[in-house]
Design a protein around this ligand. Structure first.
Ligand SMILES: [Zn+2]
Ligand SMILES: [Zn+2]
Length: 166
């Protein structure tokens, strides 16, 4: 969905998307909802928005899917790309603003939303603080079942001794 900047006055809109794949191990099975207010001040386009979504992310240790809800407000400022080229006096007032440049006279809402969601995506997530992860030898989820692997493994200190004996 594209917002035509040439026609833009003071626009409020809510856009909801269905399922979205973000990364290989992160998705939004329920999609997201984004609410925006867009208005112009001269050639500047101001965007005030909020975005709501529930990520489904794999636990870094055991790979179980974990749900992670986000609800975030953001502010963006779009300037015409010519401003950048001309290096005109670019004065930014609010430090919490994110500045982007537009080269064509529209803003793509899905692109904007995907960008915001990527910023909110946690680097890694654990299903719980005490997640035991997967067994490195047999791959069993150690939160659900135990395996024999650890008891069979030889203590590395013994292994050094065994080598010495040979
Ligand atoms: Zn886990
Ligand atoms: Zn095992």
């Amino acid at each position: 969905m594209r917002i035509d900047l040439a026609q833009l006055e003071d626009t409020r809109l809510t856009y909801a998307a269905t399922a979205l794949e973000l990364e290989a191990d992160a998705s939004l099975p329920e999609g997201y909802e984004i609410s925006l207010r867009l208005f112009k001040k001269g050639s500047e386009v101001h965007v005030h928005g909020s975005i709501k979504a529930v990520f489904r992310i794999s636990c870094v240790r055991c790979l179980t899917a974990v749900e992670f809800a986000v609800n975030n407000n953001f502010r963006l400022l779009y300037l015409p790309i010519d401003n950048l080229r001309a290096d005109s006096e670019l004065v930014l007032h609010e430090d919490d603003l994110n500045v982007s440049f537009y080269s064509e006279m529209f803003i793509d809402i899905e692109e904007l939303a995907t960008e915001q969601l990527r910023l909110l995506l946690p680097m890694s997530i654990r299903c719980s603080e005490s997640c035991k992860g997967l067994c490195q030898s047999c791959g069993k989820n150690l939160n659900l079942e135990s395996c024999e692997c650890t008891s069979k493994e030889i203590d590395p200190r013994w292994q050094a001794l065994l080598k010495f004996k040979r």
